[in-house]
Design a protein around this ligand. Structure first.
Ligand code: SF4
Ligand code: SF4
Length: 453
C-alpha cells in the first residue's frame, strides 16, 4: 500500500498566487503558444537586432512577472507601438495592451524622485543619493520623450505665433542643438504649423451650418488637423455637411497616441478623462464620434478601454469611427462618387498600420478606383517606419528609414508624384522619403463631392 498522503477535496483551499484585477493580462499571456508569428511581423525586430520582438515584450515578460523581482526590460522603449503584432497573432493575445502597460510600468519605475525622498525621510541619505545618481541616467532621454509625447502642448504654444515657431523649429543651429542635447533628429523637417487652427476656423464660420438631430456627429480632430493641417478638418466638415450631417466639435485634448508609445500613461489618462467626458456627452446628445486620423480612432476605440477604467469609456469606444469608414457605412458613397469627377490625379496610397488594425486598409483604394480622373495604387502592406514619435528620435532615425524603404520604393514605382494616407505621421514619412505631396482621402472626397473639378 502506498504511503503517499491523501487529500480531502473538501479541505482544499486554492491559493491566489497572483493578484487578479480587471486589467489582468495573464490570461492573455497564457493564450500564447509561442508560434512567433508576431515576431516575424514586427518591423522593428526586422531592422534592430537588439530588439527581442513582441513575443518577449508581451507574453514572456508577463510570465516573468510572476516572479516578484522581475523588472520590465528596457527594450520595451524600442517598440514603436505600430500594433502590427496585434493583427498578426492567431491566438488574439493582447500584445499591444501588454506593451503599453509594460512601458507605462517601466517609465513609472524611472521616477526616482519619490523613492529618493522616501529614502531621505527614512533617514538614509546615502541610499537617497544612490537612487538619484542611478536615476539620472537617461534623464535627458526621458525629457525628450516627454516633449515629443506632449505634442499637443508644444503645438498649442506654437499656435500663438506659428510663423515664428516655424522659423525657430527649422532653424539650422537650433536643430543641431536639439539633436546634440536632446536626441531629436535633425534629419527631418518639422511640419509647419498652420497660420490658423481648425478650431479658430470653426469658430469664425459660426460653427455648424447644418442642424439635424437625426444625423449628428462629433468630430474628433486630434492635434494634427487642428494645428498643422486644418484643411483636413475643413474637408471633413464640408463633406459631412454635404451629406446633411450636423457637426459638433466638442472640447478635446490629444488622443494620447504619442503618450502610449512613450509609456506616459499618467499624461494619457488625464487627456482621456477630458475626451471621454466630452465625447460621452456628445453621444448622449445623439452624436456618433468620427475622427479623421486613424491613430486617434484607434486610441478612442481600442486603447482607451484596454488601459483605463473611466465612466463612459466603453460607450465612447463603441461609438467611434474613422471619417471615411462612417460615411461608407451610412451613406451611398460609391453612388455619389459615380456622378463625380476630379482633376487628373495619380495617387500612391499607403495604409497606416493603425488603419490595418481597424480593417480599413483597403477602403481608400476601393472607394477611389472608379472615380473619374483618379488612378490610385496601393503601395503594399509595409510599415511607413515613422510610427509617430519613433522616427523623430535620433537613435531610431536610421531604423525608421530602413523600415520605410519598401514603401518609398513602391511609391516611386507607382505612377504620379502624389501620395495618400489617413495618418499624419505616415504622411510626414512619405513626404520625407520621396518628396511627394501627400493628401488625405477626405480632401479628395471634398474635391469630388463639394468643390468639384
Ligand atoms: S503570434 Fe500570438 S501566439 Fe504566436 S508567439 Fe506571438 S503572441 Fe504568442
Ligand atoms: S507594436 Fe510594432 S514595434 Fe511594437 S512589438 Fe508590436 S510589431 Fe513590434
Amino acid at each position: 500500500m502506498s504511503d503517499a498522503p491523501t487529500h480531502d477535496a473538501d479541505e482544499f483551499e486554492p491559493v491566489d498566487v497572483f493578484e487578479t484585477t480587471e486589467m489582468d493580462l495573464r490570461p492573455g499571456a497564457d493564450d500564447c503558444y509561442k508560434c512567433s508569428t508576431c515576431d516575424t511581423s514586427c518591423p522593428v525586430a526586422e531592422v534592430d537586432d537588439e530588439f527581442p520582438g513582441p513575443k518577449f515584450q508581451g507574453p514572456e515578460q508577463w510570465r516573468l512577472k510572476r516572479k516578484e523581482d522581475h523588472e520590465i526590460d528596457d527594450s520595451i522603449t524600442s517598440c514603436s507601438n505600430c500594433m502590427r503584432c496585434d493583427d498578426a497573432c492567431p491566438s488574439s493575445v493582447p500584445l499591444s495592451q501588454m506593451h503599453n502597460t509594460a512601458r507605462g510600468e517601466y517609465v513609472e519605475n524611472q521616477r526616482f524622485g519619490r523613492e529618493a525622498l522616501s529614502a531621505l525621510v527614512d533617514g538614509s541619505p546615502r541610499e537617497a543619493l544612490e537612487i538619484v545618481r542611478e536615476g539620472q541616467d537617461g534623464l535627458v532621454e526621458r525629457l525628450r520623450n516627454r516633449i515629443l509625447a506632449n505634442y499637443h502642448t508644444s503645438a498649442w504654444l506654437a499656435s500663438y505665433a506659428p510663423s515664428v515657431a516655424n522659423f525657430v523649429m527649422n532653424f539650422g543651429p537650433a536643430r543641431w542643438a536639439m539633436a546634440k542635447t536632446m536626441g531629436v533628429t535633425s534629419e527631418r523637417e518639422f511640419p509647419a504649423f498652420a497660420d490658423h487652427t481648425f478650431r479658430e476656423w470653426w469658430t469664425a464660420r459660426g460653427g455648424a451650418q447644418v442642424s439635424n438631430p437625426d444625423k449628428r456627429i462629433a468630430y474628433f480632430h486630434g492635434c494634427y488637423s487642428n494645428f498643422n493641417t486644418p484643411e483636413v478638418g475643413k474637408a471633413m466638415v464640408r463633406v459631412y455637411e454635404e451629406f446633411g450631417y450636423e457637426i459638433l466639435v466638442p472640447p478635446q485634448k490629444c488622443s494620447g497616441t504619442p503618450m502610449f508609445a512613450n509609456g506616459m500613461l499618467g499624461d494619457a489618462r488625464r487627456h482621456a478623462e477630458t475626451n471621454v467626458k466630452n465625447l460621452a456627452a456628445a453621444i448622449e446628445n445623439g452624436a456618433e464620434i468620427v475622427a479623421s486620423c486613424t491613430s486617434c480612432s484607434m486610441a478612442l476605440g481600442q486603447e482607451y478601454p484596454e488601459l483605463f477604467d473611466l465612466d463612459g469609456i466603453e460607450d465612447v469606444a463603441a461609438h467611434t469611427y474613422e471619417g471615411v469608414e462612417y460615411l461608407r457605412l451610412h451613406e451611398d458613397l460609391e453612388d455619389a462618387l459615380d456622378e463625380a469627377s476630379v482633376e487628373g490625379s495619380e495617387l500612391a496610397y499607403h495604409a497606416p498600420c493603425h488603419a490595418r488594425n481597424q480593417g480599413l486598409d483597403t477602403q481608400a483604394v476601393e472607394l477611389f478606383s472608379d472615380l473619374d480622373g483618379v488612378a490610385i495604387e496601393d503601395v503594399g502592406d509595409s510599415c511607413s517606419g515613422i510610427s509617430g514619435t519613433y522616427g523623430w528620435k535620433e537613435e531610431k532615425y536610421d531604423y525608421s528609414m530602413e523600415i520605410g524603404e519598401e514603401m518609398f520604393e513602391h511609391m516611386e514605382h507607382a505612377d504620379g508624384e502624389t501620395g495618400m494616407t489617413e495618418c499624419p505621421t505616415c504622411a510626414m514619412q512619405m513626404e520625407h522619403g520621396t518628396g511627394y505631396e501627400i493628401r488625405h482621402p477626405l480632401e479628395l472626397l471634398e474635391e469630388a463631392l463639394v468643390t468639384g473639378s
